[in-house]
Write a protein that binds this ligand. Sequence first.
Ligand code: ZN
Length: 268
Amino acid sequence: MPIAVISAWPVSVFIFGALIGSFLNVCIGRIPDGESIVTPPSHCPKCKAPIAFYDNVPMLSYIFLRGRCRACSQRISPRYFAVELMMGLLALALFHCFGLSFSFVVSCVFVAALIVISFIDLDVRIVPDVISLPGIALGLVFSTASYFFFHDEPGIIPTPLSSLIGILAGGGFLLATAWLYEKFTGVEGMGGGDIKLLAMIGAFLGWPAIPVTLFIASLIGSIVGIACMILTGAGRRLALPFAPFLCSGALAYLFYANQIIELYLPSR
Ligand SMILES: [Zn+2]
């Protein structure tokens, strides 16, 4: 009996995450077109047929329908399954780190925003302002609320000052780099969307996350970029969306912040 009680939590958290993932799929599909994420109800993106609730169960419906729409039999993007699984697993990992705490709630919101931004950038090469700009404000609000009302241990939420410096460092550093790059080469380098995303990451994780995120993002970006050039034979003109790499860097920091800070600020 006690085993059943203990194992109910992880299962519930995974289902909770997968349900959030299902909503994130709606955001990823509709935000680039400027559509409402509330109405109309779920429909097939190809034939527009409404999707019944029993065909809209996270992950399971995708498996039972073998990745095809019940009405038109056209393929449904595996992204739907991947996002639900990813959010389910990440919610589970965050629960493992933070338990049922304010840090868990805040990091779930943060990770959800990272997933939506990454997949929209992969899809249409845009970092949506409707996520990143409210995200910057929300990160600061959460850190202020945490400072005054919640004191999670172990937590990930920075102090309001660290959050504010994170916004300025994230936004300012990339803004300066982009300005210099454009001034010297005459070519627009990093997009404005990436700058707002890094400011959002600074808001949620505090300023020490900025150099770590940039370093990890550049590292993964270089490896993936070189691999893509070799595999596709594309030359130096290959342009990869940068947001998924920034989000990966932020995720690494979220889970391994203390170990990473130990590495470069050992005196702390
Ligand atoms: Zn269809």
